[in-house]
Design a protein around this ligand. Structure first.
Ligand code: HEM
Length: 502
């Protein structure tokens, strides 16, 4: 296997030579004697630093945990002659950085080639600084106004659940893979909020976009970190993956462009239909001193799709995998739903608080699945000091959220799926959650969609368990619920299941 097979980006040996020459050049030009004192870390190779740790490694969170055991809570990795990555392990140090010094640790990777050629640092996922603050304010306010946490959005989620349940029913008890169905359903909720419409599960154009989103999130995951210091033009010229990500970005933008153009033509200030209308109105009203531009709207919508579909659908995939691997827990959830809600009415958000065991199972899913195992890479916005280490501006910072969820010092028998750990002696949900529990990250850049994600998780899990019994296809050959692949999110391996209508 070639040296660069890990990243699928390099076509030819000529390029390899070019890169070596390029890295040598950078190395020679690097300023001597840096004024920072780096935390400890593994020995690094000349030129490539510790980039080898990322090669072909879809379990990088486990590598990070091993490094923390050896070098401590703050580990330093070198990438190439100039790049520096800091790994943070443990909720205390993660909070010290992201909560206590949130803004200093709050930039994103605007210099990664993927970002340079797609969002260009606009939007909320890869943006930072003044523009990001404006978009964050607008997004949180609009999500709230538009119904996140309110009954209007709840109705949309329930409508989608009816389509979703009908699709599962149509499998007629035959084995099926939930992945695409669930991605469709979750994206449709976002589509209803943003565009005011949903798409059929067999809509080819939409399926193409969803595949694109999955591909991008897979390839833009942690093992693409060493690419950060490869010049964008070199990556574009040499990497088929990079070119595909750019093509996908173009297709998604074309789709969004079509939708926003239609909205502009039919815009009626008296009848605000969705997120795009709210944005158009804000733009017309000159809100935020004109900072809400068309380009910003564009990237914002793309970002909401990237951040809000794959995450929730992956979390749901894990939830149903745990349910089929633990039929006893599934039955206990269903019994609680039957006792509190019955079969004659559908679950609603008002039921939250009355189904402690189901809620405990969802919390346990978030912990054990740790879908955002390393959150999204942060970047220091200025020189900072953390526990005596002085880190320069533009240091990459990755929090190992996975380790916090698996730390035996915080969780008894951490690899077991055990909803009971969230309940008190009266089988009520414990009043506080442990500080080590951070599925949505913490501080300045924490998830903006947490409330929406929690609504979706609760309504999907309760509604589907009320209507279906889920089983594994072959009890003698159960799917693994410990193995996973980490791209941007930590995904379960492909599995099928059987659903029977209750
Ligand atoms: C189970 C579902 C979800 C999980 C576990 C999750 C988790 C996360 C995590 C860990 C981050 C990174 C925070 C950091 O870098 O420190 C994040 C960022 C983000 N999430 Fe979520 N998320 C979920 C669903 C959603 C949904 C449904 C939305 C839709 C609105 C959303 C919108 C965002 C946005 C916009 C960001 C970027 C925040 C920023 O960079 O400032 N997420 N999410």
């Amino acid at each position: 296997m070639s040296l660069f097979a890990w990243i699928e980006f390099i076509d030819t040996s000529t390029l390899l030579l070019f890169l070596v020459v390029f890295l040598c050049g950078l190395w020679l030009l690097s300023p001597p004697g840096s004024p920072v004192n780096w935390p400890p870390g593994p020995k690094s190779w000349p030129l490539i630093g510790n980039a080898d740790l990322f090669w072909n490694n879809d379990q990088i969170h486990l590598t990070f945990t091993k490094l923390a055991k050896k070098y401590g809570q703050i580990v330093h990795l070198r990438i190439g002659p100039r790049g520096h990555v800091i790994l943070l392990t443990g909720q205390d140090v993660i909070r010290e950085a992201f909560v206590n010094q949130g803004e200093s640790f709050g930039n994103r990777l605007s210099f990664h080639p993927f970002v340079k050629y797609t969002s260009k640092g606009r939007g909320i996922l890869s943006g930072h600084g003044k523009n990001w603050k404006i978009l964050k304010r607008f997004t949180l306010r609009t999500l709230k106004d538009f119904g996140v946490g309110k009954s209007s959005l709840e109705e949309k989620i329930k409508e989608e659940l009816d389509f979703f349940a009908a699709e599962i029913h149509s499998k007629g008890g035959e084995p099926f893979d939930l992945k695409m169905l669930i991605e469709n359903a979750v994206s449709n909720i976002m589509c209803s909020m943003v565009f005011g419409e949903r798409y059929d599960y067999d809509d080819e154009e939409f399926a193409h976009l969803l595949h694109g989103v999955t591909f991008t999130l897979d390839k833009a995951g942690f093992n693409s970190t060493p690419m950060t210091w490869i010049p964008g033009a070199v990556a574009m010229a040499c990497s088929p993956t990079m070119r595909k990500v750019v093509d996908i970005d173009r297709d998604i933008k074309e789709f969004v462009r079509k939708k926003t153009a239609e909205h502009r033509e039919t815009f009626d200030e008296q009848n605000i239909r969705d997120f795009i209308d709210i944005y158009i109105k804000a733009e017309k009203d000159g809100e935020e001193n004109g900072a809400l531009t068309y380009e910003n709207l564009f990237q914002l919508i793309v970002d909401l799709f990237l951040a809000g579909t794959e995450t929730t659908s992956t979390a749901l995939l894990w939830a149903f995998l745990y349910m089929i691997c633990h039929p006893d827990i599934q039955t206990r959830c269903r019994e609680e739903i039957a006792e509190v809600i019955g079969q004659d009415r559908r679950p609603c958000m008002k039921d939250k608080g009355t189904l402690p065991y189901v809620e405990a199972a969802i919390l346990e899913m978030h912990r054990l699945a740790s879908i955002a195992a390393g959150a999204i890479t942060h970047v220091t916005s200025e020189p900072v000091t953390l526990r005596g280490f002085h880190l320069p501006k533009e240091t990459l910072v990755i929090p190992n959220l996975y380790e916090s969820h698996m730390d035996p010092a915080c969780w008894t028998d951490p690899f077991a799926f055990n909803p009971d750990r969230w309940l008190d002696e009266n089988n009520k949900l414990k009043k506080t959650t442990p500080a080590a529990f951070m599925p949505f990250s913490v501080g300045y850049r924490k998830c903006m969609g947490e409330t929406l994600a929690k609504m979706e998780m609760f309504l999907f899990v309760t509604t589907l368990l009320q209507r279906f019994d889920f089983r594994m296809v072959d009890v003698d050959n159960p799917p693994s619920y410990t193995d996973a692949v980490l791209g941007m999110t930590r995904c379960p391996l492909k599995y099928k299941m059987i659903a029977t209508r209750i």
